[in-house]
Design a protein around this ligand. Structure first.
Ligand code: A3P
Length: 426
């Protein structure tokens, strides 16, 4: 069954003729101007408007806007100078050695705002912030390592003795703390889906192990069943789109997105649970709090600049191959979001409201019948944590910081996630 168009995306890429594109362009430009004014008035200061030498690591806006200059497009945000942690984890030789030599050009049905997120980030960041972003200091905290080699080999060996192991046809690529575990557990309840429970991290940390290793991590499937895995860090891994494309260019990609401010707090809460001695969120969020300079090099903040990361994916995959699931709706209407997921995967809508119940103690929807059990089950303690109370002024500043990127993300996806309308964060 061919997947239907994404709900809410009708006004998006597929239907954009030249006038619509012009409109989008004008929209982006006016937003950009608004943001420039905000920068002038709101504390990022005139320095943010200059084009400092430190910006050289960012692709030129023209390269991002016009016909692609692949090398510039593939190495955004200063990654060329000092590799991001994901690049550091992979052997240097691997970086340029994917099986597919040249990527496809930008997806033809993609809706492109007139100003790229990377260019926008240039404008939004003060010079000091740009330098921090270039220095590769994206990850101040260690990555959540939910998957050990032992878990992975167990994942591959405890599958039933029928069917065969196949490479995944669909991936949940992000975002961290978006609600990726909830989505994976829900889709696993579908009889035509088999998924790895742990995060293989193949396209970021384990790529050098090769596709056979990856295939072996997968569960066995019968013909007609879909193999899936989720590794949320893929969404922010520069090399991931190219690598996934070289595995199979028709791979379906799912991204669970959530208000980036709440996501950042959730990310911080997770780190805090493991390292109680870290500074407060308020301290980490700023390069200079007095000047109101947000530290966009802090991974908790940077991950939420969805438009920036999405640009990277759209160099390799058309928008129609990416489904954006609302992390907020996944909590208030899990069956509704699962209907979209099943349609996107070309599956019969089997996971419905009958599969969920709201658990008051947990405060979240839970599955009546998870894949591996007939007893109802909620997600574990690490999902749905209580967040620390964050200074409302800091939340306000973060909202302002993210707003233009969110708007750009809505334009790119053709979906309005309405994060600006949320009154308060948890
Ligand atoms: P919090 O712990 O901050 O509340 P991920 O699985 O990608 O790490 O995302 C974790 C987030 O999933 C949780 O963040 C929680 O808000 C959200 N979530 C969505 N549906 C959930 C569910 N049914 N049970 C628990 N958490 C859920």
């Amino acid at each position: 069954m061919a997947p239907p168009a994404q709900p809410g995306a009708q006004g998006g890429r597929g239907s954009k003729g030249p006038p619509a594109r012009k409109l989008l362009c004008m929209c982006s430009l006016s937003l950009c101007l608004t943001y420039l004014c905000y920068s002038l008035m709101g504390g990022t200061g005139p320095g943010a408007l200059r084009s400092p030498a430190g910006l050289r690591g960012f692709p030129a806006p023209s390269a991002l806007r016009g016909s692609p200059a692949p090398s510039a497009l593939r190495s955004p945000a200063g990654l060329r100078g000092s590799p991001a942690p994901s690049a550091l984890r992979s052997p240097a030789g691997l970086r340029g050695s994917s099986a597919t030599p040249a990527p496809p050009t930008r997806a033809s049905n993609a809706s492109r705002p007139g100003v790229s997120a990377a260019a926008w980030l240039r404008t939004a960041l003060a010079p000091g912030e740009v330098i921090a972003a270039q220095s590769g200091a994206f990850e101040r905290d260690p990555q959540e390592s939910s998957t050990t080699d032992e878990e992975l080999s167990r994942a591959g060996s405890t599958t039933p003795d029928y069917g065969e192991k196949r490479l995944p046809q669909a991936l949940i690529i992000g975002v961290k703390k978006g609600g990726t575990r909830a989505l994976l557990e829900a889709i696993r309840a579908h009889p035509d889906v088999r998924a790895v429970g742990v995060e293989p991290h193949f396209f970021d940390r384990n790529y050098e192990k090769g596709l056979e290793w990856y295939r072996n991590v997968m569960p066995k499937t019968l013909d007609g069943q879909i193999t899936m895995e989720k590794t949320p860090s893929y969404f922010v891994t520069n090399e991931a789109p190219k690598r996934i494309h070289s595995m199979a260019k028709d791979t379906k990609l799912i991204v669970v997105v959530r208000n980036p401010v709440t996501r950042a707090i959730s990310d911080y809460t997770q780190t805090l649970s493991k390292k109680p001695e870290i500074p407060t969120f308020e301290v980490l969020a700023f390069k200079n709090r007095t000047l109101g300079l947000i530290d966009a090099s802090w991974s908790a903040i940077r991950i939420g600049i969805y438009a920036l990361h999405l640009e990277n994916w759209l160099q390799y995959f058309p928008l129609s191959q990416i489904l954006f699931v609302s992390g907020e709706r996944l909590i208030i209407d899990p069956a509704g979001e699962m209907a979209k997921v099943q349609d996107f995967l070309g599956l019969k809508r089997i996971v419905t409201e009958k599969h969920f119940y709201f658990n008051k103690t947990k405060g979240f929807p839970c599955l009546k019948k998870p894949e591996d059990s007939s007893a109802p089950r909620c997600l574990g303690k690490s999902k749905g944590r209580t967040h620390p109370k964050i200074d409302p002024d800091v939340i306000h500043r973060l909202r302002k910081f993210y707003k233009p990127f969110n708007v750009m993300f809505y334009q790119m996806t053709g979906q309005d996630f309405q994060w600006e309308q949320e009154e308060s964060d948890k």
